[in-house]
Design a binder for this molecule. Structure first.
Ligand code: FMN
Length: 209
């Protein structure tokens, strides 16, 4: 009788242990958390970003999926205050008195890269899908930066300036491969604001039956 009881208890213990191991709670998905917690940051602390972190961010960028693994992109990282300030000076001279200038040149304006201490430029080869590849690369970099405690803001507005007469010397200094076109910039640094999430329109998503 005692032996039967021990056998039953042992079997029950094994079954419970098996159930516990096969029904583990869902692991926390840090990627999904990061996707939802990321915000565009437009105010940054006056703290330089460590080059190791910038490099980690760039490496996360080029780990992105890309068409036929052509890697038809180029990344240029600027963390020189002199470069950022001198580019900003030329930009301000161009936009002062225009609607864009009125929108950007507020009292808290520090530089044209949404006041960030560093900026990452992304350029694409003129080939099919290279723009898509760069977009995915950009999101990889912004999520990696988020995980490293950095804020970012994807910026399209500097592209027009960099391609203009006043901006072309700054574009040239990026030393992009022949024919590559600047797609966007990513402002990056330690966030000095915590903006609320901007609402998303979930009606954009539909299952097709
Ligand atoms: C291609 C692209 C270009 C953008 N250009 C600018 C820009 O020039 N200036 C800016 O402040 N934000 C820019 N943004 C950031 C968007 O305004 C921002 O992602 C959007 O308002 C949603 O806010 P969230 O990123 O905080 O979710 C750009 C974003 C993308 C993807």
């Amino acid at each position: 009788m005692k032996q039967i009881l021990i056998t039953v208890i042992l079997c029950a213990t094994v079954l419970i242990a098996l159930r516990l191991t096969t029904h583990k709670p869902e692991p926390k998905s840090t990627v999904i958390e990061a996707i939802h917690a990321r915000r565009s940051i437009r105010q940054y602390k006056d703290i330089a970003v460590e080059r190791e972190k910038l490099e980690q961010v760039a490496l996360a960028g080029i780990a992105a999926p890309n068409a036929m693994n052509r890697q038809a992109w180029a990344i240029r990282i600027i963390d020189s205050k002199e470069w950022i300030d001198s580019c900003t000076e030329a930009f301000v001279a161009q936009v002062k008195g225009t609607p864009l200038g009125d929108h950007l040149l507020k009292p808290d304006f520090k530089n044209m890269f949404r006041n960030a201490p560093a900026v990452i430029f992304v350029a694409a080869e003129p080939s099919n899908y290279a723009g898509v590849d760069c977009g995915i690369l950009g999101q990889n970099m912004m999520l990696a930066a988020h995980e490293l405690g950095l804020g970012t803001c994807c910026l399209g507005s500097p592209v027009g300036f960099m391609n203009s007469e006043e901006g072309k010397q700054f574009l040239a200094s990026l030393n992009l491969p022949e024919g590559y076109a600047l797609q966007f910039a990513i402002a990056i640094g330690y966030a000095d604001e915590q903006p609320e999430a901007k609402p998303r329109d979930t009606s954009k998503i539909a299952f097709v039956e």
